[in-house]
Structure formats: C-alpha cells, structure tokens
Write a protein that binds this ligand. Structure first.
Ligand SMILES: *Cc1c(COP(=O)(O)O)cnc(C)c1O
Length: 385
C-alpha cells in the first residue's frame, strides 16, 4: 500500500509543480483586478454595504448563471437561512435535505426553528436521490390544503434543499418535478457549484431560490460572501429588503416594516468578487483540466481507487476532486499517509444524522451516504494558472 500511496503523492506534487512543502486542498488565486478594485473602494471611501461593486457583482452573477436576479449577502449560510424564510419555512415545519452535506445546510434549517429530515444521496452524483425523495413522500406524507404533511410527526414539509456536492450537479430536473407534484418549495444549495450546469442550465436556477457561497475555499471568493439566485423578481426585492434591516426606502426617515437582518455584502467584498468573476471561466477550465489529469492517472494506475467524474447530463466545475477508496480502512490509511507527507486530503463530512444536534431527526434509508462517507477523500484541487 505504501508504494502505491507514494506514487499518488508524487503525482500530485508533479501536477502542482511543488516537489516539496505543503500542498493545500484549495487555495484562492488572485491574478486579476483584485487589488485595483479594493484600492478603488478605499480611495472612494465606499467600503461598506452600498457601492457600485455590490450592484455590479449581483448583475454579473445573474448574467453568468442565467438567473433573473441575484442578491448578495455576507455568507452562504445566511443566504440559505434567508432563502428558507423567503419560501415560507416557519417554526415547526420540516425541511428535507441530504444526510451527506456540509453543516451549513442543516444549520440554516434550524435557524428557521424547522427540523431537517435527512434522506439518501445517489452514488453517482453524491446529491439528493430523487428515488429516495419520492419514496419518502409516497410512503410518509399526505397532502392537505396548505401543503404536504408528514403523517408520523404531523408537521408540514415546507421545503426541500438538495446540494450539488463538490460541484457535481444532482438529478435536479427530477427533484424539481417531484417537489412541484408534492407542493414543496425547492431551494438549491449551490454553494459548491458556481460554474456547474445540468442539461446546459446553471445549478441554482432550477429551484425557487438558489444559494451560492464565496467563502475563501470556494471556486471564487469574496473573503466571505453569499448570493441568492431568483427567477422571481418580486421575491428578489423582498430578499433585498430583508437583508437591509427591512428598512422602508426613504431619504432620511428610519422606518422598518418587519424583522429584518443585517445581511448585506459590503462593497469591499463585492469588489473582490467582481475581480474574481472576471477569471471564473479560466478557473473552471483549469479545474476541469486538473480533473482530466487525475482521471487519466487513476485509470492507468490500477490501484483499486476510483476517481469521481461528472454525472451524466452534467458539466461540473470540479470544485473539490475526490476519490472513492476500497473501504474505510484504506481511506484512513490514505488520509494518514498523504497528510503526513504534506499533501492535504480529507474525508467527507460526518453525516448530519450522526451529529448530536440532529440525532433525533427523521431519516430515510441512508445506505449510499454511509457507503460514500466510509470511502470518499478529497484531494488537492486549487486552480493552476
Ligand atoms: C460553503 C457552503 C455553504 C455556505 O458556506 P459559507 O461559508 O457560510 O459561505 C453552504 N452549503 C455548502 C454545501 C457549502 O459547501
């Protein structure tokens, strides 16, 4: 095993042209107008929550993704919180999501005082399984005039939040159809999938709202930041209102017409975003090339290790590349060896249903999520320019 692992470490070192030193999982690249735009913020004093970069970033993200409107916020987690609120998730409701996801998805549901229901993912997308979703809705729910109800818990199932794991689009077309049939609002956690599309349509634009993140390790970064994507202009206006403390627009009066939030993205973050966005096409191209190199290496290497490639009908941004190892023991060996050699790798997140806060949540059969959690490792995926 050690000889094989050494071969992998050497390959990654050659790929990143870094014969020694630490190779991170994902480092941001600032190769464009970042400094110029940041200086402009400081020179004009527009560093805070209004400024031309905020408007520009929103317009350009909408254009890039094909969404009708985009509203920027301070991070992806509160983008999810706001999205759930906007589609009508209320205290006591339930929200369906996948057990294999980053904690932000489940936390955002909790911020609404709603309860997550954790369902399985597909092995070939790592995103919510439409089969699992349909099975749960067919067997566990009933329709009432005001929506879909969980027969066991008597709670309303207000929304469904699939996630496009590591930038690989899930079967979002089928999920969209099922949600529509069962009167459940669809919110897409597209935090990891800027630059990924399904059947030619950008992820995050299938649901009523889609959510992006610009955290430091995402495809592009604003330091911290998030975005909501809309096809409904009225809902986008409502989002802007809520992120602005629900302040009624007026030249000097301070009147607020509901409980709002201070969730707006500052101009300096948006300045970084505008500069990063100018290079997004290059970034995605580079990431897809890196994935190709990995795919070639692992298919030739005869190692009992599978390099995960994009699902059918999908074009992935390959945000974080991943391998599927033989079992949990070889996964742990892999993690131990590569990290000791200065090549950063990591396992997938602990499944949400195993965390203490979510121990009593309702679950579907989670065979695929458990299978993947035992075997998946992420490997270095930074852009190479
Ligand atoms: C990064 C991420 C988020 C949001 O993260 P922030 O750090 O709050 O921007 C949400 N969901 C998933 C799946 C993510 O990977």
């Amino acid at each position: 095993m050690e000889k094989e692992l050494n071969k992998i470490v050497q390959f990654i070192r050659e790929l990143y042209k870094q014969p020694e030193g630490f190779i991170p999982l994902h480092a941001p690249v600032f190769a464009g107008n970042e400094k110029k735009y940041l200086n402009e913020c400081i020179d004009t004093t527009f560093v805070s929550s209004v400024g031309k970069f905020v408007d520009q970033f929103e317009i350009e993200i909408a254009k890039y993704t094909g969404a009708k409107n985009a509203v920027s916020v301070v991070n992806g987690t509160n983008a999810l919180h706001l999205a759930l609120k906007l589609v009508g998730v209320k205290a006591g409701d339930e929200v369906i999501t996948q057990a294999l996801t980053f904690i932000a998805t489940a936390n955002a549901i909790s911020y609404c005082d709603a309860k997550p229901v954790f369902l399985d993912v597909d092995k070939d997308t790592m995103g919510l399984s439409p089969k699992a979703l349909l099975h749960f809705l067919e067997t566990e729910t009933e329709q009432k005039p005001d929506g879909c109800y969980n027969i066991k818990t008597k709670r309303r199932i207000a929304a469904c939040v699939p996630m496009h794991t590591f930038g690989h689009p899930c079967r979002i077309d089928e999920i969209e159809e099922i949600c529509a049939k069962y009167n459940i609002e669809l919110v897409e956690d597209a935090a990891e999938s800027l630059g990924s599309s399904f059947s030619g349509q950008h992820t995050g634009t299938f649901g009523k709202i889609g959510v992006l993140s610009f955290n430091g390790n995402k495809v592009i970064t604003t330091g911290g930041g998030g975005m909501l994507l809309f096809n409904d202009e009225k809902l986008a206006q409502k989002a802007k209102h809520l992120t602005t403390q629900a302040k009624v627009p007026h030249a000097w009066e301070f009147v607020h017409d509901e409980i709002g939030y201070n969730y707006r993205m500052p101009n300096i973050n948006a300045a970084l975003g505008v500069a990063q966005l100018e290079n997004l096409a290059e970034f995605v191209k580079s990431k897809r090339q890196i994935a190709q190199e990995y795919a070639r290496f692992f298919s030739a290497a005869d190692l009992n290790i599978t390099f995960f490639t994009e699902p059918i009908n999908a074009k992935a941004n390959y945000w974080l590349n991943l391998l599927i190892l033989e079992d949990r023991k070889s996964r742990d060996q892999f993690l131990e060896y590569t990290n000791a050699k200065g090549v950063m790798t990591r396992p997938v997140w602990e499944l949400m249903n195993n965390l203490p806060m979510f121990k009593d949540c309702q679950l579907g059969d989670l065979s695929n999520a458990e299978w993947l959690a035992d075997r998946v490792v992420n490997i270095p995926s930074s852009v190479i320019l």
